[in-house]
Design a protein around this ligand. Structure first.
Ligand SMILES: [Zn+2]
Length: 261
């Protein structure tokens, strides 16, 4: 009699932020989903506008290893009428059971220079934060050239469960985010960004997450894919002089904890 031992090696790889609903995945989405199932413990698809929010939920339903967060990129949020914005808040609320978080939401002062529009971004950001508190979901923060304002608002609103997506602030701002108990998500941009390498060196391992922001942030404008977080993990391990497995294990546990997976 033969006994077959099937050795199942569970992957510890995660991608906590990507956009598989992007057009660059439309021709081979099912293959990409198969690959993420094979290679990653889990993947989180993030919405950023009306269309992407609906698609993020659809994609998360195709696989038990894919989860969704939905929200509005600040530039998309500011462009909506009050009625449209309210409808989107309602859509988030109605879908709360399909979500592991709200985002991306935040402030983008890189693309918005007008003070009145920046104020509108802030107002709508706070309304999303209040919704997340009501629904008890973590928030995934987009912030570009607005890190100081974002952290001030998060602190004022007493936010506890926060992920700084693709954090691009300096070390001092990272310190502030860490003091507030927030998670720092290191993207594959680490392969070509010196400032991200500095953040990855100083961020405590128990506050670090991995992401691709796929299809963005890969090399030479090529399409990024969720399993490329492995290269980010390799880089972080090298910088910190630890093993890749330690990075993968810590980031997996962190992602489970903050997103309740
Ligand atoms: Zn993104």
């Amino acid at each position: 009699m033969y006994i077959n031992f099937v050795v199942v090696i569970m992957s510890k790889l995660t991608d906590t932020h990507c956009h598989l609903q992007h057009d660059r995945f439309k021709d081979d989405l099912n293959e990409v989903i198969d690959e993420t199932e094979k290679n990653l413990a889990f993947t989180i698809v993030s919405g950023a506008n009306k269309e992407w929010n609906r698609k993020a939920i659809d994609i998360s339903k195709k696989s038990k290893n894919i989860y969704a967060t939905i929200g509005l990129h600040p530039i998309d949020a500011e462009k909506m009428s009050e009625k449209e914005f309210q409808e989107e808040l309602k859509f988030v609320e109605e879908n709360k059971d399909n979500l592991v978080g709200i985002g991306e939401i935040g402030l983008d002062f890189h693309w918005e220079k007008d003070e009145k529009m920046r104020d509108l971004q802030k107002e709508r950001f706070v309304r999303f934060l209040n919704l997340s508190k009501n629904l008890n979901l973590p928030v995934v923060i987009h912030s570009w050239d607005a890190e100081i304002e974002v952290l001030d608002i998060l602190e004022k609103e007493k936010m506890k469960k926060v992920v700084m997506h693709c954090f691009s602030g300096n070390l001092e701002l990272m310190e502030k985010a860490l003091e507030l108990g927030y998670y720092i998500s290191i993207s594959t941009i680490i392969l070509r960004s010196k400032s991200t390498r500095k953040l990855a060196r100083d961020c405590p391992l128990e506050k670090m997450l991995l992401e691709t922001d796929a299809p963005y942030l890969w090399l030479d404008g090529k399409r990024n894919v969720p399993w490329n977080t492995e290269y980010a993990a390799e880089k972080i391990a090298k910088i910190r002089k630890i093993t890749k497995d330690e990075v993968l294990e810590a980031t997996l546990n962190n992602a489970k904890k903050i997103f309740g997976i």
